[in-house]
Design a protein around this ligand. Sequence first.
Ligand SMILES: Nc1ncnc2c1ncn2[C@@H]1O[C@H](COP(=O)(O)OP(=O)(O)OP(=O)(O)O)[C@@H](O)[C@H]1O
Length: 339
Amino acid sequence: MGIEVVVDGLTKSFGRQNIWRDVTLTLPAGEVSVLLGPSGTGKTVFLKSLIGLLKPERGHVRVDGVDMVNDRERDVFEARKKFGLMFQDGALFGSMSLFDNVAFPLREHTRKKESEIRRIVMERMDLVGLGGAEGKLPGEISGGMRKRAGLARALVLDPEIVLCDEPDSGLDPVRTAFISQLLIDVNAQIDATMLIVTHNIDIACTVPDNIGMLFRRNLVTFGPREVLLTSEEPVVSQFLSGSRLGPIGMSEEKDAATLAAEGFDASAPARAGVREIVPQLEPSPGMPPRQAVDRHRERVLGMLAQLPTAARNAIVAGIGSSVAEARTLTMPALPEERP
Ligand SMILES: Nc1ncnc2c1ncn2[C@@H]1O[C@H](COP(=O)(O)OP(=O)(O)OP(=O)(O)O)[C@@H](O)[C@H]1O
């Protein structure tokens, strides 16, 4: 089973440019989470900070007893082996076959025999639907296949945590739908904790158990998917609807004068709960059930009383079980929210 990643008060700057500050969230063990955010808000910097490749100036990232920000490099290096990282561009070696690319981490970091390496590589290639393509060079295959090869490589060391940086970039909507399904199937098979960084709304709406969003150097929200998908935050609403109207501008954020000229009232909540929440993807036929589903449901039911009404209603509607209804009925009423 995957392990949880606890991020606490993380702040990162490059020189005088602050990227984000005081980011606090927990990636629950074995669950799939998505981190959204307009371009340039520091999503990739966040992923690199989780594995200790970039060092935030404040805060902690705790993984199985190791602080990836502050502990000795030797300990961070060891803890990094628990991660599998799928890079945005696949990051494959162009002169190596897919087989050798996928085998690379095993040859670098383990002393396994070639026969064992072959078994693992072929298993992972099959898992991502690339069985039979192992002899090809990265330049001979499509972008979608390169992404899947990158995912296979991220999985060969049996990671407990999988980080995916924009798995959809450069893919058409159909290939994106296949990648979405693949990510769910991978989670069903290996039960790893997963964090997917993306701009893609379809992935955000159908894949994760939890969603967070970075904007204006802050984590706007992080929690069960229903919280963001029913959020009244103007920035969330604008992002989900892909509208030009709202606080997100061409260069990330609009100033007050631009917003006023557009007639945008930042104090007015977006229409909450109107958006329909599409069901989360299920593993493909023949796959095992996702073990994270029950854990996620228990966790979310435990926090139901603290969630906004719209999110709570969406969760109860989604679960549709007497358990949820019973818990809701026994909960104290929430104070009225903003009209
Ligand atoms: N090593 C670095 N040195 C200095 N600045 C950096 C470095 N890495 C990233 N940045 C800056 O940090 C900011 C956030 O970059 P990042 O790539 O994390 O954004 P992002 O949210 O992933 O964007 P996109 O969605 O477009 O991929 C950018 O302004 C970028 O120029």
